[in-house]
Design a protein around this ligand. Sequence first.
Ligand SMILES: OC[C@H]1O[C@H](O[C@H]2O[C@H](CO)[C@@H](O)[C@H](O)[C@H]2O)[C@H](O)[C@@H](O)[C@@H]1O
Length: 626
Amino acid sequence: MSEPAAQSAAAPSPFPAIADYAFLSNCHTGALVAPDGSVDWLCVPRFDSPSVFAALLDRQAGSFRLAPFGAIVPNSRTYEPGTNTLVTTWNTRGGWVVVRDALTMGPRTGEDRVTPYTRPPADDGADHMLVRTVQCIEGQVEIELYCEPVFEYGRTSAAWTLSGDDGRSADAVAGDQKIRLQSSIRLGIEGDSVRGRHTLSTGEEMYCSLSWADGLVSPVTIDDANARMTATTRFWRTWIGRARIPDHRWRSLIMRSALVIKGLTYLPTGATVAALTTSLPETPGGERNWDYRYSWMRDSTFTLQALHWLNLDWEANEFMEFVADLKPNDDGALQIMYGIDGRRDLTESTRDDLSGYAGARPVRIGNGAFDQRQNDVFGAVLGSILLHTRRSQRLPRRLWPIVQSQAECAARVWHEPDQGIWEARGAPQHYVSSKLMSWVALDRAARLAEIRGAPDLTKKWQAIANEIRADILDRGLTEKGVLRQHYDTDALDASTLLAGIVGFLPANDERLRNSVLAIADNLSEQGFVLRYRTEETDDGLSGKEGTFLICSFWLVSALTIIGEVQRARDLMERLLRIASPLGLYAEEFDVDTGRHLGNFPQAFTHLALIEAASRIVYSERLEEFT
Ligand SMILES: OC[C@H]1O[C@H](O[C@H]2O[C@H](CO)[C@@H](O)[C@H](O)[C@H]2O)[C@H](O)[C@@H](O)[C@@H]1O
């Protein structure tokens, strides 16, 4: 089957294609860098803070460009291997330069400590600055710097003042927010922006940095800037060095996915955001635009499970502490999502003054799904607590009350309709995947009770798990023996692929096989999977979606489970071919245009890639030995 042309030639748009952005992170916040060297998305100090640069959502909402003067298309872009540092090589008529961009982090010791350095308070590794270095490797190249922040999602322009007496530093203030631009070249203020130009010759280097931590600490020499880059490289490589990544041809994409997931993790609490952005559209020009800068119980627990495949267990400790501190609803149930600091109120509002990405409106801040009832959440949490307990060989005392309360919630509500795993904004339904995950909740709770030495609870919860199982098998299958979307429809839904992945049905069960193959054959476009057909589903929204990438990777896992390994491998290869040029994925993929759609980069997609790849690799290794 021929591949949809990735990033096909679309009508010219001032907005770069979503998949053409590079992702930077310091595990507090992240940035997106366009191919022309413009930082078009940055919220400081945290992922969920208001933006400083939001040209991603409106070309007037702030950007920060550093690139050869007049040049738009770089020669190459790549990551420094094993890191989230972007390396862009430019070739102009004058010569060659290499630009390095990073949100710097990592302890500075010994030779790295070049100038007196004061750690920001609450030191946990991040410098809270964006550092950009340029090295001329041949010839003479004029570099242009253009920094125009517009605070609070494009609402407040910057009032700049030069802060040093050498013209190399400028400060901007907007309300409580202060930033400092520092450089090795002279800077000039022009209205709301700061500009600079400088010609570099072979061997020469320059840097600029934007900092926002209290005290506005900045590198004051190129050596200091380079030292921060070195420490950042070391931070990422030390982290990824702990991973057990298969020695396989997919190795680099698996590693990139792990680095993205870690980059979407908020270091102070261990919570992960679902994606870096808000409101990148799922339908071009449409209304399916959501704010993903929050921690979903479902997304976060699936994330941990993916990291476990790579032996990266440490993140789970952090997240479990985060979960243990969360405040549940009055009925004892955890919310389906929280702020990365555990905040409960994520009330949604729209920003009608922003154009939206390529005209897709509204731009949403906050997420109205935060107080929805989604009954899969209990299974997601209890599934990851069991996994964590097995891997760490202990059930932390703080988690036992959560096991009890979430199991009891699942037991109380599993038979009620809900909004489902896709957070449909239509009428509540008896979604099969919510029932599946309720079964997971009680089944895992029963096992945890066994580990805890509470046989009465084991018996009680296992009995309820059996009841849920019987209900699903009675009401959740069509006449053809295929798992349906919800009890009142025969429509398909890709979330039922979870039946094999969570072990609800054994690998050799006909009903599982029928369901997986039905989705592969009838819920896909050019082999890539839709989560459901919007024309068959009342999700309360207008517009058609692209294929959903987590579902496509789930299909790879499910095909592997039912023994269709060659088919799984073929799909996997196709999915890997549509990765962005830097190995990143958004939430959805439009097979007709070859474009990535939705928020970016999206943890869901990357975590499912890791699991799918791991399952195939393990099955191949098994084949080698049998
Ligand atoms: O389709 C409507 C819903 O879309 C978003 O939810 C999706 O993203 C979540 C975060 O990754 C994921 O947990 C969920 O399963 C997805 O359906 C959006 O956040 C919702 O507000 C919206 O109703």
